[in-house]
Design a protein around this ligand. Structure first.
Ligand SMILES: NC(=O)c1ccc[n+]([C@@H]2O[C@H](COP(=O)([O-])OP(=O)(O)OC[C@H]3O[C@@H](n4cnc5c(N)ncnc54)[C@H](O)[C@@H]3O)[C@@H](O)[C@H]2O)c1
Length: 336
């Protein structure tokens, strides 16, 4: 039984991580021992974020702390789940790893590639597991697309659009999302989901370009292009759309079919054939991610899905896109 503690008990922790930990606890896989948040009101009040609300069900036997160091001094845990604002991921993850505790930490990995790689080094030095919450790698509809590429089901990808859009995330503690220095805007925050998934599916692009726009803070809108040989993918991250409900979708044209994921439905439109709805796993992506991390800890499953070094490279890709944006959207060659 893996003993778990959570650091940061805000929007994402309450809405998706807590239910996943409680379900895994019911399955006898793990036990949520303690939670920590600098703001103790978080333990009592359910939050509402762009992907939905939470039903706060924190039982009395879960210890509450407002200082994570004190929590780890007092509690014996095998794994920490880090759900604090992005600028705190690296310092907290490295300190937790140094205590000999496995770490699952939310995306984006950190604010820079260098800082992200220092997290990988900390995990190696401590001989502990580190995984980043790139949850789209565990999403059924997105994996359908990846399998189609891998198996050449519909031929090669020709073009495509990936979108992730919402109103501004104003629920954050101390309004940290809207402070570019602490979040690096939508370009790093929401946008990284699609960038990371596309890299997982197709590897590194040959060239990139990007235009960003500042609305509330910095880079609240990012229109990126990833070039793979003759194919190009448009990736849109936008949290400037006041009042608009969160949506994430894709439309991808292969040589022999178009695949569309929108409004929770995955459709395939074969060239010259009948359209059909593709059936894929509907397992909650966040649950699947945390379950996989437990498989790594408990069953020795190798992390071939979501290595921290790869999550770090997604942060590096954002750096390249921002470089292009700073050059007025210039197409720049990309190499590692
Ligand atoms: N995977 C996803 O789909 C997804 C969705 C939303 C957010 N996120 C990521 O999750 C992270 C957290 O986002 P959120 O929406 O939950 O933000 P949030 O502001 O709602 O929650 C962060 C929590 O951390 C707490 N906190 C701040 N400093 C702390 C410290 N030193 N020690 C302990 N607690 C501290 C805050 O009080 C707050 O409750 C971010 O990196 C964000 O990008 C991921």
């Amino acid at each position: 039984m893996t003993k778990v503690a959570m650091i940061g008990f805000g929007g994402i922790a309450q809405s998706v991580h807590l239910p996943a930990h409680l379900k895994l606890e019911q399955e006898g896989r793990s036990k949520l021992v303690a939670v920590c948040d600098v703001d103790p009101t978080r333990f009592e009040k359910a939050m509402e974020i762009n992907i939905g609300g939470s039903e706060l069900k924190l039982s009395d036997d879960v210890k509450r702390y407002t200082d994570w160091q004190e929590m780890l001094d007092n509690e014996e845990v095998d794994m920490v789940d880090i759900c604090v604002p992005t600028y705190l991921h690296a310092p907290i993850a490295k300190a937790v790893l140094a205590r000999g505790i496995h770490v699952l930490s939310e995306k984006p990995m950190s604010l820079s590639y260098e800082e992200s790689m220092s997290m990988c080094e900390a995990a190696k030095a401590a001989d502990r597991k580190l995984m980043i919450g790139q949850c789209v790698r565990f999403a059924g509809p997105y994996n359908f697309l990846r399998d189609a590429v891998k198996n050449n089901t519909f031929g090669k990808i020709v073009t495509g659009v990936f979108r992730r859009m919402s109103g501004p995330p104003v629920w954050g503690w101390d309004n940290w999302f809207m402070d570019y220095e602490r979040s690096h805007g939508c370009a790093l925050d929401m946008h990284i989901h699609d960038l990371d998934f596309i890299r997982y599916m197709m590897g590194e692009p040959d060239a990139v370009s990007c235009e960003t726009k500042d609305f509330y803070s910095g880079r609240d809108v990012a229109h990126s292009r990833l070039y793979y040989g003759d194919a190009s993918l448009l990736v849109i991250g936008d949290w400037s759309l006041e009042g608009v409900e969160f949506c994430a979708d894709f439309r991808v044209a292969f040589e022999k079919a178009t695949v569309v994921y929108a409004d929770g439905k995955l459709m395939v439109y074969p060239r010259g054939g009948e359209a059909y709805e593709a059936k894929v796993s509907d397992k909650d992506w966040y649950f699947a991610e945390i379950e996989f991390f437990l498989d790594m800890l408990q069953k020795g499953v190798e992390n071939t899905v979501n290595q921290p070094e790869s999550a770090a490279l997604s942060v590096k890709l954002v750096d390249a896109l921002c470089e292009s944006a700073d050059k007025g959207g210039e197409k720049i060659t990309y190499s590692l």
